[in-house]
Write a protein that binds this ligand. Structure first.
Ligand SMILES: Nc1nc2c(ncn2[C@@H]2O[C@H](COP(=O)(O)OP(=O)(O)O)[C@@H](O)[C@H]2O)c(=O)[nH]1
Ligand SMILES: [Mg+2]
Length: 256
């Protein structure tokens, strides 16, 4: 079995070093580790760590997609995504592996935080839950970056997102591919997030565009009621997100 841990990093070299040391201490050589560095200078890591340095900041989503490409090109059986800021404890790795390697078929293992960081995060997650719930994802932690994905599923998913939208894009693509998922309950050691208001808007925009692009899939697999609700909400959301992005960018949006 070939296992790869993918860690995207931006400006978190100290916590990254601690995380890598901890993975090695607890799990010796069970996992290969790939770091995708988005422009953090002076990262020195042990020689056994594979590192891809992006020439400029590409975003978490682009970095993770590079990691998936690497995993497929190098015949890994599955990947585990972890954040570099120390929020994801290595003690749960075994459970992710056990679940994705188990004989009862499962292509996706999702971390589920016992508690969310703030009221704002909870509200955003509940809002996402309304729409994702209609699609069948109930009781899931939509934005937890701690996940395991089989290469079989990775091969089928078409992923395009650049930044934090990657988390829900993985869920949506897994849904389209009828992948089974399991969850791992985790405690989180919260760190300061790099997410900005614009990232939340981008996530909403991404979801709305996905729904509209996949209306045939939705009409074939869900009731007419759900179809109408999702498409109407996506159109309203699209309009609202464009307005928000326009104001957030000081009116400069789409003038390029
Ligand atoms: N490669 C790369 N990694 C990023 C970028 N932005 C965030 N990350 C990493 O993604 C992980 C999660 O980011 P964070 O802002 O903590 O998100 P949150 O925990 O969901 O609030 C961290 O390990 C970051 O270093 C980026 O632009 N490029
Ligand atoms: Mg974080």
């Amino acid at each position: 079995m070939k296992r790869l841990i993918i860690i995207p990093v931006k400006d978190e070299k100290d916590t990254l070093s601690l995380l890598i040391r901890d993975i090695k201490r607890r799990h010796k050589d069970i996992y290969d580790i790939l770091v995708i560095n988005d422009n953090t200078e002076d990262i020195t890591l042990p020689g056994s760590i594979i590192i891809i340095n992006n020439k400029r900041n590409l975003g978490k989503g682009c970095s993770i997609r590079k990691g998936f490409g690497f995993a497929l090109a190098n015949d890994y059986d599955y990947v585990i995504m972890m954040d570099a800021d120390g929020e994801h404890e290595t003690k749960y790795l075994q459970e992710f592996s056990d679940k994705i390697e188990s004989k009862t078929k499962c292509d996706l293992v999702l971390g589920k935080r016992k508690k969310l960081r703030s009221g704002k995060r909870k509200a955003f997650s509940n809002f996402t839950g309304v729409w994702m719930g209609l699609l069948g994802y109930n009781n899931v932690d939509y934005y937890c970056g701690y996940k395991a994905i089989s290469s079989e599923l990775l091969r089928k998913m078409i992923l395009k997102s650049r930044r934090y939208e990657i988390e829900i894009e993985i869920l949506l693509e897994a849904l389209k591919n009828k992948a089974n998922y399991k969850t791992v309950l985790i405690n989180l050691d919260y760190r300061k997030s790099q997410m900005k208001l614009g990232d939340f808007v981008a996530i909403n925009l991404f979801f709305d565009v996905w729904v509209l692009r996949n209306k045939t899939f939705i009409s074939k697999n869900y009731s007419l009621f759900k179809y109408i609700i999702l498409i109407t909400a996506a159109m309203i959301g699209l309009f609202a997100s464009y307005l928000m992005s326009f104001f957030l960018s000081g009116g400069k949006q789409n003038r390029k």
